[in-house]
Design a protein around this ligand. Sequence first.
Ligand code: HEM
Length: 119
Amino acid sequence: MSQLYELSEVAQQNGKNGKPCWLIIKGNVYDVTKFLGEHPGGGEALLEYGGKDATKAFKQAGHSSDAEKDLKNYKIGEINSAAPIQVQPTSIGAAKPTENTILADPEPAKKSSSGFCCC
Ligand code: HEM
């Protein structure tokens, strides 16, 4: 399984002050630190997106399929997108107003079975 990173973790690796340069493309995390000097589009283009999501920029630059394949050489993991599931209490089943009223109903059948009959 792939290593999962939080957005905040990636944001720290912005290539500034000697830090590594990571970027996010389509939910994957890439370490392009060693690629800065080799990128045909220049190191600056990558540094601009250091620590950020570069999905749009990558698409807009019109990269070839070779560049797409090249991506895997720099992949270090994926963004942890699984947010904790919050179980909210719902009103379903919480209120059954008719439940008690049914039980409170008198039972007329018992009263009329007392034996008195007028006919
Ligand atoms: C790991 C990420 C990236 C890889 C592996 C990569 C790879 C490449 C490769 C192989 C090329 C040569 C042309 C081609 O084959 O398409 C290229 C060109 C280029 N890249 Fe990237 N790239 C990456 C990220 C980015 C980002 C984030 C930008 C943001 C602006 C960018 C901007 C460009 C530009 C503008 C060119 C064209 C350079 C020219 O033709 O003069 N690239 N890239």
